[in-house]
Design a protein around this ligand. Structure first.
Ligand code: PDD
Length: 284
């Protein structure tokens, strides 16, 4: 079965789906995106993802290419045409195609691309059971990473370095030696005092949707949480560590820069948060 992509009003086999060479997403990374989990054919946390998409568009003054209701239909149609049961749906909106010039072009229609693909659930479950390794790299990104733009080159380089060092994720470290977040996930530890710690929202991290739902799960479980920046030293000394993102939910981190976290096995808190996640998420 050929994979289908939605591009500016048409559903096409992926090989025939094209955008302009003058697209500003291609030339300037002038675009935003969202990734939602698809579970048993339904979209997880769609309302929160779409609210963040609106926030990203507003921050960059990019017009909405279609109404929220129409986009919801296109996302479902793309999921259905690709026969995705468990996986992700990807939405990208750029400022559109125009003669290359830095300022915003006038009267340009935004580009909308929607794709969907399945995930190997058994592999994800294996990663959850085994835990993953992370390595740390300096955070060299721009000052507004709270906007979910497609300008992901520092994230790509960090992730590549992680892969070359045998790790699944890179944790980005700010100039004060504190973790900001992962290259494509939010970062968490369970500190020595038993409190769950994650960096507070600000312009220096993406406001993860999974992060926000995990905070709800933590409250429902009556666990202690502190939203504050934590240092690399604290992370090395943590009882547990884990990452969150829409495509992976909660994955335990068992090694940071080659050092075991806690006893080197996945932690109980990460496992409990992963187990209860979908009872707190909105599934539509
Ligand atoms: N990445 N931080 C960064 C830098 C991210 O790219 C992501 C998501 C997250 C987690 O956000 P959420 O919980 O809303 O998925 C945090 C997506 C999945 C990606 O680029 O594939």
């Amino acid at each position: 079965m050929s994979r289908i992509a939605y591009v500016n009003g048409r559903y096409l086999p992926r090989e025939r789906a094209k955008i302009s060479v003058e697209d500003r997403g291609f030339q300037f990374a002038d675009g935003v995106y969202e990734v939602c989990e698809v579970r048993e054919g339904s979209i997880v946390d769609e309302r929160r993802h779409m609210a963040r998409l609106d926030r990203s568009l507003n921050a960059l003054h990019i017009a909405r290419p279609m109404s929220p209701a129409a986009l919801a239909v296109v996302m479902r149609e793309t999921i259905a045409r690709n026969r995705v049961r468990d996986g992700i749906v990807y939405v990208e909106i750029t400022r559109g195609a125009a003669r290359r010039d830095f300022p915003f072009p006038a009267n340009t229609k935004p580009t909308l691309v929607v794709t969907a693909r399945g995930n190997d659930l058994s592999r994800l479950e294996q990663l959850a059971a085994d835990g993953v390794a992370v390595v740390t790299v300096p955070d060299i990104r721009w000052g507004r990473v709270d906007i979910k733009t497609v300008a992901l080159l520092p994230n790509v380089l960090a992730k590549q370095q992680a892969r070359e060092q045998g790790a699944r994720e890179a944790w980005l470290v700010d100039e004060q030696g504190r973790i900001t977040e992962g290259a494509s996930s939010n970062a968490w530890i369970v500190a020595r005092d038993g409190k769950i710690v994650t960096r507070p929202l600000g312009q220096d991290i993406l406001p993860g949707i999974t992060r926000s739902v995990v905070l709800d799960v933590i409250k429902a479980q009556g666990l202690a949480v502190e939203e504050r920046a934590f240092t690399l030293e604290e992370a090395y000394a943590a009882r547990e560590a884990f990452i969150t993102s829409a495509s992976q939910i909660v994955l335990p981190v068992v090694r940071i820069d080659g050092r075991p976290v806690g006893n080197g096995a996945p932690g109980l808190i990460a496992a409990a948060l992963r187990r209860d996640y979908h009872r707190h998420a909105e599934i539509s």
